[in-house]
Design a protein around this ligand. Sequence first.
Ligand SMILES: Cc1cc2nc3c(=O)[nH]c(=O)nc-3n(C[C@H](O)[C@H](O)[C@H](O)COP(=O)(O)OP(=O)(O)OC[C@H]3O[C@@H](n4cnc5c(N)ncnc54)[C@H](O)[C@@H]3O)c2cc1C
Length: 481
Amino acid sequence: MAENYDVIIIGSGPGGYVAAVRASQLGLKTAIVEREHLGGICLNWGCIPTKALLRSAEVLDHANHAKDYGLVLEGKMSADVKAVVARSRGVSARLNGGVGFLMKKNKVDVIWGEAKITKPGEIVVGKSSKPVVEPQNPVPKNVKGEGTYTAKHIIIATGARPRALPGIEPDGKLIWTYFEAMKPAALPKSLIVIGSGAIGIEFASFYRSMGVDVTVVEVMPTIMPVEDVEVTAIARKQLEKRGMKILTSAKITKVEKAADSLTAHVETADGKVQQITADRMISAVGVQGNIENLGLEAVGVKTDRGCVVIDGYGKTNIAGIYAIGDVAGPPMLAHKAEHEGVVCVEKIAGLPNVHATDKGKVPGCTYCHPQVASVGLTEAKAKEAGRDIRVGRFSFAANGKAIALGEDQGLCKVIFDKKTGELLGAHMVGAEVTELIQGFVVAMNLETTEEELMHTIFPHPTVSETMKEAVLDAYGRVLNA
Ligand SMILES: Cc1cc2nc3c(=O)[nH]c(=O)nc-3n(C[C@H](O)[C@H](O)[C@H](O)COP(=O)(O)OP(=O)(O)OC[C@H]3O[C@@H](n4cnc5c(N)ncnc54)[C@H](O)[C@@H]3O)c2cc1C
């Protein structure tokens, strides 16, 4: 007889494994199915290994600017890319093992293989179509194997994979996805990055720090198109100052491949076409949900534009089937996946007062140099929504800590509702802003107004003081500018 669970989760990324831990905490008999790597894209090929690469880049940048801090380091520093990649893979491996530990500690059964939903309440786990290739991420011990399993609740947490543009399909050699970009055998001399979303810009920033000649091509008028334009203008200026070439309102119409290089035909807004030759190209034009081969059509689960359609609690249109994380649509971020996982199982367990996920309060962070972070509405979106707003700004050039750090190029910008004082959005560019934005996320979640923010004491000297000053600026009370 098929082994029965309260909850089976398909996919062990940050959505799936966090949902499994919470389900187990709530007393639900839980299993998680994984076909490739515990921790999903985030731990193995996404958030974590990129941050490890970017940390190496940051240390190298600092070393190369040691003189600015009165330090003497002889000669130009350079990277041993094999060691940089090995460190990044090691960081991933450690966290991958950590997920295995968490499953064991929380008595979550791990089932190894590829899951397909055969009917509501039943899955079949077959042989994985994605055998483990990373020696650092082995199949964990004591996993259950192929077979039929039943559960009252099935949560789809199968994540997403790179999207490709027609004619510019990644080939793993000249045109990379984030998989190849994450572990280059050697550094290319030149690189074209298509797409300036978080993934594209982070890789562009990393490779530029490594000394690669980088050109970013973005079809939209600004880089990081979902971010506030004032913030991205500052980020662009800084990235260009670091030697990155950036083309916006630009489209790659054709790619010609040679033996060890390629030439992109890039059409700009004025209709002109220029040819750019580079050793390698990274395609970073977004991701698409893993909805195939899960039995969704047969069971009747509704999908839209490559993602499973859910309500605020992860419920699909079919009773007993749920979806969370990237496969359930944007924003495709690990913390959104985790939060949806917790909300989904708490609702399944019948907890009172479970709040639906509010996508308007999901922060976004880009870990390029300089960093960019935001939550809520941009100024343009607030205006588009017809809100009467007050905007406050504070430059890092007037912040003592930022100057002491040698990082005085940055901005904090806040947007309030004029009538109610509700904080509608916050946008930051500069040093450590990915750590700072959480202050505004908490504020928004507590429905804080300008009054409470102005009466909050921020420690001195910190870059966080720019947050308070921006709030004060919105009300004509700025102190240090
Ligand atoms: C280069 C890069 C950098 C990123 N950086 C960040 C960042 O800094 N911050 C951030 O918030 N987000 C970042 N992301 C996005 C983040 O990785 C994803 O949002 C997150 O991993 C989504 O989690 P998930 O649980 O929905 O899916 P995933 O992490 O994709 O996990 C899904 C899992 O399901 C498994 N699976 C799929 N189908 C089946 C099946 N049929 N049977 C069994 N198992 C299956 C897969 O093997 C996978 O392990 C980044 C992504 C990339 C690519």
